[in-house]
Design a protein around this ligand. Structure first.
Ligand code: GTP
Ligand code: MG
Length: 198
């Protein structure tokens, strides 16, 4: 998977611009700056397919990437949520866009909820999880930036979050710890994406 061509398909600033729902999708959600775009690049072995940046609020639209052979599918890079410094109306617009897409997309097979290994799950993440639980939409937690903390610390975080996820009915029970920088957990994440769409 992801050995062949991966191409940018479309950017959707609002729901009316979504591409036709003709292939299964896996979406990357999470707080601003958590590493969504970087993870899509690591997953697909591309340096700058999805635009990443040190400044939070980089991704402002739903970006669709077509994955060709051997499986027709799409990866969806989303704007971050919980970005306190962005103007209120922008935060609201992104939140609606994310929520409406996640709740209403028939071809969405799984959402990956990215959580920074150092920070753990925050209330904005819990709000999104609750929405997905209530709507019975499948999701899975992926820890990011695991290179930024010590192994023992990471193990603790993985345990605590795995425990918390038991209480979420729509959550896939096992979480994956990744580092886009070091390549840790990327093979496992590929397998998880494959799992979600076959
Ligand atoms: P928005 O689009 O603004 O919501 O951000 P995003 O979630 O797409 O994050 P992005 O991929 O742009 O990464 C944010 C910053 O974190 C960048 O400076 C990345 O280089 C850095 N980063 C991402 N992943 C990792 C990682 O695994 N390890 C380290 N050390 N840094 C990372
Ligand atoms: Mg981004």
């Amino acid at each position: 998977l992801f050995a062949g061509a991966v191409n940018f398909l479309k950017s959707a600033p609002a729901l009316e611009f979504l591409p036709a729902p003709t292939a299964p999708e896996v979406a990357f959600a999470g707080r601003s700056n958590v590493g969504k775009s970087s993870l899509i690049n690591a997953l697909t072995n591309r340096n700058s397919l999805a635009r990443a940046s040190t400044t939070p609020g980089r991704t402002q639209e739903l970006n669709f990437f077509d994955v060709g052979e051997p499986l027709q599918m799409r990866l969806v890079d989303m704007p971050g949520y919980g970005f306190a410094k962005a103007p209120k109306d922008v935060v609201k617009r992104w939140k609606w866009l994310i929520n409406d897409y996640l709740r209403g997309r028939a071809v969405l097979r799984r959402s990956l909820i990215l959580i920074d290994s150092r920070h753990g799950i925050k209330d904005v993440d819990r709000d999104l999880m609750k929405m997905l639980d209530d709507a019975a939409i499948s999701y899975r937690v992926v820890l990011t930036k695991s290179d930024k903390i010590k192994a023992a610390e990471l193990e603790k975080t993985v345990k605590a979050i795995t425990e918390e996820m038991r209480k979420h009915p729509a959550a896939f029970p096992e979480i994956i710890a990744t580092s886009s920088e070091k390549g840790t957990g990327i093979a496992e994440l590929r397998a998880a994406v494959y799992d979600a769409i076959i």
